[in-house]
Write a protein that binds this ligand. Structure first.
Ligand SMILES: *Cc1c(COP(=O)(O)O)cnc(C)c1O
Length: 377
């Protein structure tokens, strides 16, 4: 059996090595490191793939989220609702912009922001909602867009974990995640479903005016050279990262299919297990691209399982072990523990197993049998 890894980037690289090496060498020879043709080409290709009017590449997924919010007319003190169960970057940028993060609970099956909890949290100061398509599973965008319309709120999708996932609307239309709300952010961190060889990110929007604003913000607020119309930042995707992403983008659907295939095999092995809840999915899991394959262990043995798997050389992760509302940086007197029953339980039950494009059957068999044996012991 090949060595088990949480993410196997080396194996993925081997298949596209020649193409990537050639592009990188070309960039080194032409020295077009910043804003080179690779960046523009990647931008166009991603716009086509997503069927979105504008992709604005930037330096990482956290910047992408921050810049997306800077482009909207939000003022200090405006409230932004997001999920209690997500990576800290989501709430961090809200706080950095002196907006007020309002954390709400998630759904027990999809782990995504609960539309009912959003409704309850809305006040006259609420200006935006940030749904996160967590672990690759599409959030309930029909309900979220409906609430946003009723209350005139912006929707900023944090699509860092779900690039390539589909959303099927109530009107039977299909969209890529990240193209449904007003604006969206994504990350090309190496371990994401579409990852580069360093840091990278992008913002998506169908709004021409907002896209123009954002293109200035990523470049020091410049729309004309040395004319600074707004306060901006320096956030660029470099040419080498764009070249890596251009090699991988045509394979993204295959990569996501490989993840789904691994997820189906995991699901099958865990079927009928009383104390193990497999990830929720609809139909043929078209709306889930398995950035993580996350189980719930319901008999209180999660922590013991983590220890056991580590001892056996099986990597695993707990995403996320602490609710954001309990983090020192994000405490707020308005929060009440009774408002977060789902997140408070998930942090004790979830465990993510190795998930990547190179998983082999004997590896899955070894992982699943080890989990099952331990949990039933
Ligand atoms: C990875 C991630 C980010 C941040 O992306 P970086 O490129 O690491 O800055 C933001 N939100 C979520 C949900 C993520 O998983």
């Amino acid at each position: 059996m090949k060595k088990l890894q949480m993410v196997d980037l080396q194996g993925q690289y081997e298949h596209i090595k020649d193409q990537i090496n050639t592009s990188l060498e070309e960039i080194m020879q032409t020295s077009a490191f910043i804003n080179g043709p690779e960046v523009q080409k990647f931008q166009k290709e991603l716009e086509e793939y997503l069927d979105v009017k504008h992709v604005i590449p930037c330096a990482n997924g956290t910047d992408a989220l921050q810049i997306a919010m800077m482009g909207l007319d939000l003022k200090p003190g405006d409230e932004v609702i997001t999920a209690d169960f997500t990576f800290a970057a989501t709430v961090e940028v809200i706080a950095l912009l002196q907006l007020t993060p309002v954390l709400v609970d998630v759904e027990p099956d999809t782990f995504n922001i609960d539309p009912e909890a959003i409704r309850k949290a809305i006040t006259p100061k609420t200006k935006a909602i940030v749904p996160v398509h967590l672990f690759g599973q599409t959030a309930n965008m029909d309900s979220i867009m409906e609430i946003a319309k009723e209350h005139d709120l912006y929707v900023i999708e944090d699509n860092a974990q779900a690039i390539g996932a589909n959303f099927h609307s109530r009107e039977a239309k299909t969209y890529k995640t990240g193209t449904i709300g007003h604006v969206a952010s994504t990350s090309f961190f190496p371990s994401k479903n579409l990852g580069c060889f360093g840091d990278g990110g992008a913002i998506f929007t169908n709004d021409d005016k907002l896209a123009h604003t954002l293109r200035g913000i990523v470049n020091h607020g410049m729309y004309e050279r040395y004319h600074h119309d707004v306060v901006g930042v320096n956030s660029r995707l470099d040419s080498m990262q764009a070249a890596v992403l251009r090699a991988k983008l045509p394979k993204l659907d295959l990569y996501n299919e490989a993840r789904k295939e691994a997820a189906r095999k995991y699901d099958q092995a865990f079927e009928g297990q009383e104390n193990i809840v497999i990830p929720y999915r609809e139909g043929e899991c078209d709306t889930h691209v398995y950035h993580q394959y996350t189980l719930k262990i319901t008999n209180g043995k999660r922590d013991a399982l983590v220890k056991h798997l580590n001892e056996k050389g099986i990597p695993c992760g707990v995403y996320y072990p602490i609710p954001l509302h309990s983090q020192k940086a994000y405490q707020d007197s308005r929060y009440n523990e009774a408002d977060f029953p789902v997140t408070n339980l998930l942090v004790k039950e979830v465990i993510s197993l190795p998930m990547h494009t190179e998983l082999e059957d004997d590896q899955i068999e070894f992982i699943t049998s080890s989990v099952i044996k331990f949990i039933n012991n």
